[in-house]
Write a protein that binds this ligand. Structure first.
Ligand SMILES: C[S@@+](CC[C@H](N)C(=O)[O-])C[C@H]1O[C@@H](n2cnc3c(N)ncnc32)[C@H](O)[C@@H]1O
Length: 371
């Protein structure tokens, strides 16, 4: 049994069942034993899964072009605020900062909001050669921003409540104890906000279906929208809309660990990532309620095409050819591996199938701007 499982058993035994959202928050972010807070590398080649940001710098390079186009569309303000929420191992920020040059680089202020202290330490080490990046404890500390708030694969990691439709209405699935094992049990809804969310998103699944309710994702979308005075909020994630949610009887929650994906959500808390598909309907509504217009969702494949993936591929092809002709083997391999990474990022059955949603205030969507 994991240390966290023992702590949870003790707590639940003493004070009763907890919501799945509380369980997930502890499993991922418990200061000592949480999946993301215990200090181990989780994303990237030495972790349990590789995100677009950690595949290769080409992902950040393409987005750097989009950020520069946004800056131009906003009238080239003296400061362009790029705020990344949940930068993880820091691959995206490193690639973006490495790709920006000239007047845009001078205007760029890159701020990072990261929840896990050991990750902040690793980010600081990785990014020590850049002087235009800084860390803030929360979005409140950012205050207001002219530019872009960006989050890749963060919303799907935020804690969700789990509810189930029964003949007598909704019940919430809580984490309790069966004997000495953690087990889900039905109880009344723990928060009136759950009922409002279910009504607002029009979720009416058949009886017996489970649905995740991402109140934290909605709150983060609201906070992001409030922070951007002019510019965009961009979320890249595994997502679904409200009408498709009702077609998944068991919901979308999955656990990831060294052995791959499984549905044993309560097993070994702290040793597994817990993710669920983001409900775009709820997130888009939060952005619109905060005065933004919404564009998307678009597939990552389409978005990268609009950001210039084909031109980047041509450029890398030429760099590869020139390096081979000049006998520069390492450069040739580097260009080739970036080309292959582009293919992985655009693969419709893999990372290319991720979805991108943008909230906009006074700027066009990244995929509508010339790069
Ligand atoms: C799946 S990782 C993705 C990391 C990175 N964006 C990438 O694509 O490689 C999720 C990250 O979001 C962070 N995170 C989760 N909730 C957060 C929040 N409310 N504020 C800031 N960071 C958060 C986690 O600590 C983790 O670093």
């Amino acid at each position: 049994m994991s240390e966290l499982a023992a702590l949870l058993r003790e707590r639940i035994g003493a004070t009763g069942p907890i919501t799945f959202a509380e369980f997930q928050n502890l499993a991922l972010y418990h200061a000592q034993f949480g999946y993301y807070s215990a200090g181990l590398q989780r994303t990237g080649w030495r972790g349990h899964f590789v995100t677009s940001a950690e595949i290769a710098p080409v992902f950040g390079r393409l987005w750097a072009r989009a950020f520069e186009s946004m800056w131009t569309d906003l009238g080239r303000p003296a400061q362009f605020d790029l705020v990344e929420v949940g930068p993880g191992e820091g691959g995206f920020v490193e690639a973006v900062l490495g790709a920006c040059a000239g007047r845009f680089a001078d205007a760029l202020s890159y701020r990072l909001v990261e929840r896990s202290p050991p990750l902040v330490e690793r980010q600081m080490e990785r990014l020590s050669s850049f002087d235009n990046v800084s860390w803030v404890a929360s979005l409140e500390e950012v205050g207001s921003a002219t530019g872009c708030l960006f989050a890749n694969e963060v919303l799907d990691n935020l804690a969700v409540h789990v509810v189930e439709r029964t003949g007598a209405g909704w019940v919430e699935l809580l984490v309790g104890l069966r004997g000495d094992r953690l087990a889900l049990e039905a109880g009344p809804l723990s928060d009136p906000a759950l009922e409002r969310y279910l009504e607002d998103t029009g979720l009416q699944p058949p009886k017996g279906h489970r649905v995740e309710v991402g109140l934290e994702a909605v709150e983060l979308a609201r906070q992001c929208a409030r922070t951007v005075t002019r510019g965009a909020v961009v979320f890249v994630d595994y997502a679904i809309d409200a009408s498709s949610i009702t077609k998944r009887p068991a919901g979308t929650l999955l656990a990831y660990s060294a052995t791959g994906a499984d549905e044993d959500l309560l097993d070994r808390p702290g040793h597994k990532d817990l993710t669920s598909h983001v409900n775009w309907t709820a997130v888009a509504t939060a952005l619109v309620d905060s005065g933004m217009t919404v564009s998307g969702p678009r597939s990552q494949r389409d978005v990268l095409a609009a950001l210039g993936a084909a031109e980047m591929d041509e450029f890398l092809k030429e760099a590869h050819r020139a390096a081979l002709a000049g006998g520069r083997g390492v450069d040739a391999l580097r260009a080739l591996s970036q080309r292959q990474a582009l293919g992985v990022l655009r693969d419709p059955s893999g990372l290319g199938g991720l979805q991108v949603l943008a909230g906009l205030r006074g700027v066009a969507a990244p995929w509508e701007l010339a790069t």
